[in-house]
Design a binder for this molecule. Structure first.
Ligand SMILES: *Cc1c(COP(=O)(O)O)cnc(C)c1O
Length: 398
Protein backbone atom coordinates (compact mmCIF):
# COMPACT_ATOMS: atom_id res chain seq x y z
CA UNK A 1 0.00 0.00 0.00
CA UNK A 2 1.26 3.47 -0.83
CA UNK A 3 2.56 5.49 2.08
CA UNK A 4 0.48 8.45 3.20
CA UNK A 5 3.44 10.66 2.30
CA UNK A 6 3.79 10.24 -1.45
CA UNK A 7 6.87 8.09 -2.06
CA UNK A 8 8.69 10.40 -4.50
CA UNK A 9 11.96 10.45 -2.55
CA UNK A 10 14.65 7.92 -1.66
CA UNK A 11 14.86 8.94 1.98
CA UNK A 12 17.58 7.88 4.40
CA UNK A 13 16.16 6.28 7.55
CA UNK A 14 17.06 9.26 9.74
CA UNK A 15 14.72 11.80 11.33
CA UNK A 16 16.18 14.86 12.97
CA UNK A 17 14.57 16.45 15.97
CA UNK A 18 16.65 19.58 16.29
CA UNK A 19 19.76 21.27 15.02
CA UNK A 20 22.43 23.55 16.42
CA UNK A 21 24.92 25.26 14.11
CA UNK A 22 26.43 22.63 11.84
CA UNK A 23 25.01 19.74 13.89
CA UNK A 24 21.75 17.81 13.56
CA UNK A 25 20.38 15.59 16.37
CA UNK A 26 18.08 12.57 16.09
CA UNK A 27 15.43 11.85 18.70
CA UNK A 28 17.49 8.87 19.93
CA UNK A 29 20.41 11.14 20.71
CA UNK A 30 22.75 10.60 17.76
CA UNK A 31 24.36 13.67 16.26
CA UNK A 32 25.52 14.30 12.71
CA UNK A 33 27.78 16.92 11.21
CA UNK A 34 25.59 18.41 8.48
CA UNK A 35 27.76 18.89 5.40
CA UNK A 36 24.72 18.66 3.14
CA UNK A 37 22.88 21.63 4.69
CA UNK A 38 19.59 20.36 3.27
CA UNK A 39 21.10 20.56 -0.23
CA UNK A 40 23.02 23.82 0.17
CA UNK A 41 20.00 25.50 1.74
CA UNK A 42 20.56 25.87 5.50
CA UNK A 43 23.09 28.61 4.75
CA UNK A 44 23.34 29.82 8.35
CA UNK A 45 23.19 26.32 9.84
CA UNK A 46 20.52 25.33 12.33
CA UNK A 47 18.91 27.37 15.07
CA UNK A 48 20.81 30.53 14.10
CA UNK A 49 19.66 33.01 16.79
CA UNK A 50 19.37 36.01 14.45
CA UNK A 51 17.33 34.11 11.86
CA UNK A 52 15.13 32.43 14.46
CA UNK A 53 14.38 35.75 16.16
CA UNK A 54 13.59 37.49 12.86
CA UNK A 55 11.13 34.74 11.85
CA UNK A 56 9.49 34.60 15.30
CA UNK A 57 9.11 38.38 15.51
CA UNK A 58 7.66 38.71 12.02
CA UNK A 59 5.34 35.72 12.49
CA UNK A 60 3.89 37.38 15.58
CA UNK A 61 3.24 40.62 13.63
CA UNK A 62 1.90 39.43 10.26
CA UNK A 63 2.80 36.42 8.12
CA UNK A 64 1.04 37.11 4.85
CA UNK A 65 -0.79 40.02 3.28
CA UNK A 66 -0.51 39.41 -0.53
CA UNK A 67 1.05 41.49 -3.24
CA UNK A 68 -2.17 43.46 -3.46
CA UNK A 69 -0.43 45.70 -0.94
CA UNK A 70 2.99 47.18 -0.37
CA UNK A 71 5.34 44.91 1.55
CA UNK A 72 8.07 46.97 3.24
CA UNK A 73 10.11 43.86 4.10
CA UNK A 74 10.20 42.96 0.39
CA UNK A 75 11.06 46.52 -0.65
CA UNK A 76 13.99 46.50 1.77
CA UNK A 77 15.18 43.05 0.68
CA UNK A 78 15.00 44.00 -3.01
CA UNK A 79 16.92 47.23 -2.41
CA UNK A 80 19.67 45.34 -0.57
CA UNK A 81 19.99 42.64 -3.24
CA UNK A 82 20.09 45.28 -5.98
CA UNK A 83 22.72 47.23 -4.06
CA UNK A 84 24.86 44.10 -3.65
CA UNK A 85 24.59 42.78 -7.22
CA UNK A 86 24.49 43.50 -10.96
CA UNK A 87 20.70 43.73 -10.79
CA UNK A 88 18.38 46.74 -10.98
CA UNK A 89 15.29 44.95 -9.70
CA UNK A 90 14.09 41.80 -7.92
CA UNK A 91 10.98 39.58 -8.03
CA UNK A 92 10.27 37.19 -5.13
CA UNK A 93 8.79 33.73 -5.37
CA UNK A 94 9.00 30.46 -3.44
CA UNK A 95 11.41 28.03 -5.05
CA UNK A 96 14.23 27.57 -7.51
CA UNK A 97 12.04 26.09 -10.21
CA UNK A 98 9.60 28.97 -9.90
CA UNK A 99 12.44 31.48 -10.13
CA UNK A 100 13.76 29.76 -13.28
CA UNK A 101 10.29 29.78 -14.84
CA UNK A 102 10.33 33.54 -14.30
CA UNK A 103 13.80 33.85 -15.80
CA UNK A 104 12.65 32.09 -18.98
CA UNK A 105 9.48 34.20 -19.08
CA UNK A 106 11.60 37.37 -18.84
CA UNK A 107 13.92 36.14 -21.59
CA UNK A 108 11.00 35.39 -23.94
CA UNK A 109 9.02 38.49 -23.10
CA UNK A 110 11.98 40.86 -23.45
CA UNK A 111 12.75 39.50 -26.93
CA UNK A 112 9.08 39.60 -27.87
CA UNK A 113 8.62 43.20 -26.74
CA UNK A 114 11.84 44.34 -28.47
CA UNK A 115 10.65 43.30 -31.89
CA UNK A 116 11.78 39.65 -31.89
CA UNK A 117 8.72 37.47 -31.28
CA UNK A 118 10.47 34.72 -33.29
CA UNK A 119 13.15 34.46 -30.61
CA UNK A 120 11.76 32.14 -27.97
CA UNK A 121 14.30 29.32 -27.59
CA UNK A 122 16.75 29.11 -24.70
CA UNK A 123 20.06 27.27 -24.91
CA UNK A 124 20.82 25.17 -21.82
CA UNK A 125 23.70 22.85 -20.97
CA UNK A 126 24.28 19.14 -20.65
CA UNK A 127 24.48 18.24 -16.96
CA UNK A 128 22.21 21.15 -15.99
CA UNK A 129 19.51 21.07 -13.35
CA UNK A 130 16.84 23.76 -13.31
CA UNK A 131 13.98 22.21 -11.32
CA UNK A 132 10.98 19.90 -11.64
CA UNK A 133 8.15 21.87 -13.24
CA UNK A 134 7.17 20.77 -16.75
CA UNK A 135 9.16 23.56 -18.38
CA UNK A 136 12.15 23.13 -16.09
CA UNK A 137 12.50 19.37 -16.66
CA UNK A 138 12.67 20.33 -20.33
CA UNK A 139 15.26 23.02 -19.60
CA UNK A 140 17.17 20.45 -17.57
CA UNK A 141 16.99 18.06 -20.49
CA UNK A 142 18.12 14.98 -18.56
CA UNK A 143 16.03 12.05 -19.89
CA UNK A 144 15.90 10.63 -16.35
CA UNK A 145 13.73 13.54 -15.18
CA UNK A 146 11.64 13.73 -18.38
CA UNK A 147 10.74 10.06 -18.78
CA UNK A 148 6.99 9.52 -18.78
CA UNK A 149 6.26 13.24 -18.49
CA UNK A 150 6.53 13.87 -22.23
CA UNK A 151 5.88 15.71 -24.39
CA UNK A 152 8.76 17.95 -23.35
CA UNK A 153 7.98 21.67 -23.32
CA UNK A 154 9.31 23.14 -26.55
CA UNK A 155 11.91 25.85 -26.61
CA UNK A 156 15.05 24.42 -25.01
CA UNK A 157 18.23 23.34 -26.79
CA UNK A 158 21.19 21.64 -25.13
CA UNK A 159 24.91 21.90 -25.75
CA UNK A 160 27.97 20.59 -23.88
CA UNK A 161 29.08 22.62 -20.83
CA UNK A 162 32.23 24.77 -21.22
CA UNK A 163 32.28 24.42 -25.03
CA UNK A 164 31.99 27.78 -26.81
CA UNK A 165 32.07 26.41 -30.36
CA UNK A 166 29.17 24.06 -29.66
CA UNK A 167 27.24 26.95 -28.07
CA UNK A 168 27.82 29.27 -31.02
CA UNK A 169 26.84 26.51 -33.47
CA UNK A 170 23.53 26.05 -31.63
CA UNK A 171 22.43 29.70 -32.05
CA UNK A 172 19.61 30.10 -34.57
CA UNK A 173 17.28 32.99 -35.51
CA UNK A 174 14.88 31.56 -32.86
CA UNK A 175 17.39 31.75 -30.03
CA UNK A 176 16.31 34.20 -27.32
CA UNK A 177 18.91 33.56 -24.64
CA UNK A 178 21.08 31.25 -22.62
CA UNK A 179 20.53 29.71 -19.18
CA UNK A 180 23.57 28.46 -17.30
CA UNK A 181 24.58 27.46 -13.78
CA UNK A 182 27.98 29.10 -13.16
CA UNK A 183 28.68 26.03 -11.03
CA UNK A 184 26.56 23.00 -11.95
CA UNK A 185 25.17 21.46 -8.77
CA UNK A 186 23.10 18.31 -9.36
CA UNK A 187 25.07 17.56 -12.53
CA UNK A 188 28.19 16.83 -10.47
CA UNK A 189 29.59 20.10 -9.06
CA UNK A 190 31.17 21.26 -12.29
CA UNK A 191 32.54 24.82 -12.31
CA UNK A 192 32.01 26.89 -15.42
CA UNK A 193 35.34 28.00 -16.83
CA UNK A 194 35.58 31.77 -16.08
CA UNK A 195 36.71 32.43 -19.65
CA UNK A 196 33.72 30.43 -20.94
CA UNK A 197 31.37 32.58 -18.85
CA UNK A 198 33.00 35.74 -20.22
CA UNK A 199 32.72 34.34 -23.77
CA UNK A 200 29.01 33.65 -23.16
CA UNK A 201 28.53 37.27 -22.19
CA UNK A 202 30.32 38.45 -25.33
CA UNK A 203 28.35 36.02 -27.49
CA UNK A 204 25.05 37.23 -26.04
CA UNK A 205 26.06 40.83 -26.73
CA UNK A 206 27.12 39.92 -30.28
CA UNK A 207 23.85 38.17 -31.18
CA UNK A 208 21.43 40.23 -29.08
CA UNK A 209 20.71 37.31 -26.74
CA UNK A 210 19.81 37.49 -23.06
CA UNK A 211 22.18 35.85 -20.61
CA UNK A 212 20.37 34.06 -17.79
CA UNK A 213 22.13 32.42 -14.88
CA UNK A 214 20.75 29.87 -12.45
CA UNK A 215 22.43 30.56 -9.12
CA UNK A 216 19.80 28.67 -7.13
CA UNK A 217 22.50 26.44 -5.65
CA UNK A 218 25.80 28.29 -6.19
CA UNK A 219 24.55 31.75 -5.23
CA UNK A 220 23.96 33.46 -1.87
CA UNK A 221 27.49 33.24 -0.53
CA UNK A 222 28.00 29.56 -1.29
CA UNK A 223 31.24 30.08 -3.25
CA UNK A 224 32.72 32.76 -0.98
CA UNK A 225 31.27 35.61 -3.05
CA UNK A 226 27.63 36.64 -2.82
CA UNK A 227 27.15 35.26 -6.36
CA UNK A 228 29.28 32.68 -8.16
CA UNK A 229 29.51 34.64 -11.42
CA UNK A 230 31.50 37.32 -9.59
CA UNK A 231 34.52 34.98 -9.72
CA UNK A 232 34.47 35.32 -13.52
CA UNK A 233 34.00 39.11 -13.37
CA UNK A 234 30.98 38.80 -15.62
CA UNK A 235 27.30 39.58 -15.07
CA UNK A 236 24.10 38.06 -16.45
CA UNK A 237 21.04 40.02 -17.55
CA UNK A 238 18.77 37.95 -15.36
CA UNK A 239 19.40 35.41 -12.61
CA UNK A 240 17.54 33.02 -10.34
CA UNK A 241 18.41 32.38 -6.70
CA UNK A 242 16.68 30.31 -4.05
CA UNK A 243 18.08 27.55 -1.78
CA UNK A 244 20.25 29.51 0.68
CA UNK A 245 18.48 32.87 0.32
CA UNK A 246 16.36 32.58 3.46
CA UNK A 247 18.37 30.04 5.42
CA UNK A 248 15.88 27.20 4.85
CA UNK A 249 12.69 29.21 4.78
CA UNK A 250 11.17 28.52 1.32
CA UNK A 251 11.97 31.41 -1.01
CA UNK A 252 13.20 32.14 -4.50
CA UNK A 253 14.07 35.33 -6.34
CA UNK A 254 14.68 36.66 -9.81
CA UNK A 255 17.29 39.39 -10.05
CA UNK A 256 17.39 41.30 -13.32
CA UNK A 257 18.70 44.28 -15.18
CA UNK A 258 16.19 46.94 -16.09
CA UNK A 259 16.47 46.48 -19.86
CA UNK A 260 14.99 42.98 -19.63
CA UNK A 261 12.77 43.29 -16.54
CA UNK A 262 10.93 46.40 -17.69
CA UNK A 263 8.90 44.21 -20.07
CA UNK A 264 7.26 42.34 -17.16
CA UNK A 265 4.72 45.08 -16.56
CA UNK A 266 1.95 44.83 -13.97
CA UNK A 267 -0.23 41.81 -14.60
CA UNK A 268 2.34 39.76 -16.54
CA UNK A 269 3.81 37.72 -13.68
CA UNK A 270 2.80 36.96 -10.09
CA UNK A 271 3.05 34.63 -7.13
CA UNK A 272 0.56 34.49 -4.26
CA UNK A 273 3.06 33.71 -1.51
CA UNK A 274 6.00 35.37 -3.26
CA UNK A 275 7.91 37.84 -1.10
CA UNK A 276 5.49 37.73 1.82
CA UNK A 277 6.51 39.50 5.04
CA UNK A 278 7.66 36.30 6.76
CA UNK A 279 9.85 35.04 3.90
CA UNK A 280 11.37 38.49 3.44
CA UNK A 281 12.07 38.86 7.16
CA UNK A 282 13.95 35.57 7.00
CA UNK A 283 15.91 36.60 3.89
CA UNK A 284 16.71 40.01 5.38
CA UNK A 285 18.09 38.28 8.47
CA UNK A 286 20.24 36.03 6.28
CA UNK A 287 21.54 39.10 4.44
CA UNK A 288 22.34 40.80 7.77
CA UNK A 289 24.79 37.97 8.37
CA UNK A 290 26.09 37.49 4.82
CA UNK A 291 26.69 41.18 4.13
CA UNK A 292 28.36 41.87 7.47
CA UNK A 293 31.95 42.99 6.86
CA UNK A 294 34.28 40.02 6.52
CA UNK A 295 31.65 37.27 6.43
CA UNK A 296 32.12 36.26 2.78
CA UNK A 297 35.90 36.55 3.08
CA UNK A 298 35.59 34.16 6.01
CA UNK A 299 33.60 31.72 3.87
CA UNK A 300 36.34 31.91 1.24
CA UNK A 301 39.08 31.37 3.82
CA UNK A 302 37.34 28.40 5.44
CA UNK A 303 36.59 26.91 2.02
CA UNK A 304 40.34 26.96 1.34
CA UNK A 305 40.93 25.08 4.59
CA UNK A 306 38.40 22.45 3.48
CA UNK A 307 39.97 22.24 0.01
CA UNK A 308 43.48 21.71 1.39
CA UNK A 309 42.16 18.83 3.49
CA UNK A 310 40.24 17.34 0.58
CA UNK A 311 43.28 17.48 -1.70
CA UNK A 312 45.20 15.56 0.94
CA UNK A 313 42.32 13.10 1.34
CA UNK A 314 42.20 12.41 -2.41
CA UNK A 315 46.00 12.01 -2.52
CA UNK A 316 45.88 9.53 0.36
CA UNK A 317 42.93 7.52 -0.99
CA UNK A 318 43.41 7.39 -4.77
CA UNK A 319 41.53 4.08 -4.89
CA UNK A 320 38.44 5.82 -3.46
CA UNK A 321 38.52 9.38 -4.84
CA UNK A 322 39.48 10.87 -8.17
CA UNK A 323 39.40 14.60 -7.42
CA UNK A 324 37.78 17.41 -5.44
CA UNK A 325 35.89 19.80 -7.69
CA UNK A 326 33.67 22.86 -7.39
CA UNK A 327 34.07 26.34 -5.94
CA UNK A 328 34.17 27.59 -2.36
CA UNK A 329 31.86 25.63 -0.06
CA UNK A 330 30.15 23.89 -2.98
CA UNK A 331 32.43 20.91 -3.33
CA UNK A 332 32.19 17.56 -5.07
CA UNK A 333 34.35 14.55 -4.38
CA UNK A 334 34.45 12.58 -7.61
CA UNK A 335 34.62 8.95 -6.55
CA UNK A 336 36.30 5.89 -7.99
CA UNK A 337 34.04 3.53 -6.01
CA UNK A 338 30.25 4.10 -6.13
CA UNK A 339 29.36 7.50 -4.62
CA UNK A 340 26.48 5.90 -2.70
CA UNK A 341 28.99 3.64 -0.89
CA UNK A 342 31.10 6.66 0.03
CA UNK A 343 28.07 8.61 1.21
CA UNK A 344 26.94 5.65 3.33
CA UNK A 345 30.44 5.35 4.84
CA UNK A 346 30.44 9.07 5.67
CA UNK A 347 27.00 8.80 7.26
CA UNK A 348 28.23 5.83 9.29
CA UNK A 349 30.96 8.12 10.67
CA UNK A 350 28.40 10.81 11.52
CA UNK A 351 28.85 13.05 8.48
CA UNK A 352 25.93 14.00 6.23
CA UNK A 353 26.59 14.61 2.54
CA UNK A 354 24.52 14.66 -0.66
CA UNK A 355 25.26 12.76 -3.84
CA UNK A 356 25.39 14.43 -7.26
CA UNK A 357 25.83 13.36 -10.89
CA UNK A 358 29.01 11.89 -12.38
CA UNK A 359 29.56 9.67 -9.31
CA UNK A 360 30.18 12.65 -7.04
CA UNK A 361 29.62 13.06 -3.29
CA UNK A 362 28.65 16.66 -2.64
CA UNK A 363 29.75 18.67 0.41
CA UNK A 364 27.91 21.93 1.01
CA UNK A 365 28.22 22.76 4.71
CA UNK A 366 26.44 25.74 6.26
CA UNK A 367 28.42 28.89 5.51
CA UNK A 368 28.99 29.40 9.24
CA UNK A 369 31.05 26.19 9.49
CA UNK A 370 34.20 26.68 11.59
CA UNK A 371 37.75 25.39 11.15
CA UNK A 372 37.35 22.88 13.98
CA UNK A 373 34.23 21.43 12.36
CA UNK A 374 36.00 21.20 9.03
CA UNK A 375 38.77 19.26 10.78
CA UNK A 376 36.18 16.95 12.34
CA UNK A 377 34.53 16.39 8.96
CA UNK A 378 37.87 15.61 7.33
CA UNK A 379 38.65 13.07 10.06
CA UNK A 380 35.25 11.42 9.47
CA UNK A 381 35.91 11.35 5.73
CA UNK A 382 39.29 9.68 6.26
CA UNK A 383 37.75 7.00 8.48
CA UNK A 384 34.88 6.56 6.02
CA UNK A 385 37.27 6.28 3.10
CA UNK A 386 39.14 3.44 4.84
CA UNK A 387 35.94 1.39 4.68
CA UNK A 388 35.44 2.18 1.00
CA UNK A 389 38.80 0.96 -0.21
CA UNK A 390 38.47 -1.87 -2.68
CA UNK A 391 39.11 -5.14 -0.78
CA UNK A 392 42.45 -5.83 -2.51
CA UNK A 393 43.88 -2.47 -1.49
CA UNK A 394 42.79 -3.00 2.13
CA UNK A 395 44.58 -6.33 2.26
CA UNK A 396 47.72 -4.86 0.67
CA UNK A 397 47.75 -2.03 3.21
CA UNK A 398 47.78 -4.44 6.19
C1 LIG B 1 17.67 23.00 -6.50
C2 LIG B 1 17.85 23.67 -7.79
C3 LIG B 1 16.76 24.11 -8.56
C4 LIG B 1 15.34 23.83 -8.16
O1 LIG B 1 15.00 24.44 -6.97
P1 LIG B 1 13.62 24.04 -6.24
O2 LIG B 1 13.56 24.99 -5.09
O3 LIG B 1 13.75 22.61 -5.84
O4 LIG B 1 12.53 24.24 -7.21
C5 LIG B 1 17.04 24.81 -9.71
N1 LIG B 1 18.29 25.05 -10.11
C6 LIG B 1 19.34 24.64 -9.42
C7 LIG B 1 20.71 24.96 -9.89
C8 LIG B 1 19.17 23.91 -8.24
O5 LIG B 1 20.23 23.47 -7.55
Amino acid sequence: MISALMPTYNRADLAFERGEGVWLYTADGRRFLDFGAGIATSSLGHNHPHLVAAIAEQAARVIHVSNLYRIPQAERLAARLVEASFADTAFFCNSGAEANEGVVKIIRRAQHESGHPERYRVICFEGAFHGRTLAMISATGNPKYLKGFEPAVDGFDHVPFNNLNALRDAITPQTAGILIEPVQGEGGIRTGDPQFLRDLRATCDEFGLILGMDEVQCGMGRTGRLFAHEWAAVAPDVMSVAKGIAGGFPMGAILAREHVARHLVAGTHASTFGGNPLACAAANAVLDVMLAPGFLDGVDRRARVLWRGLEQLVADFPDVFEEPRGTGLLVGLKCVVPNTDVQAAFTEQGLLSVIAGENVVRLAPPLIVEDAEIAQALAMMRRGAQHCRPAAARVAAK
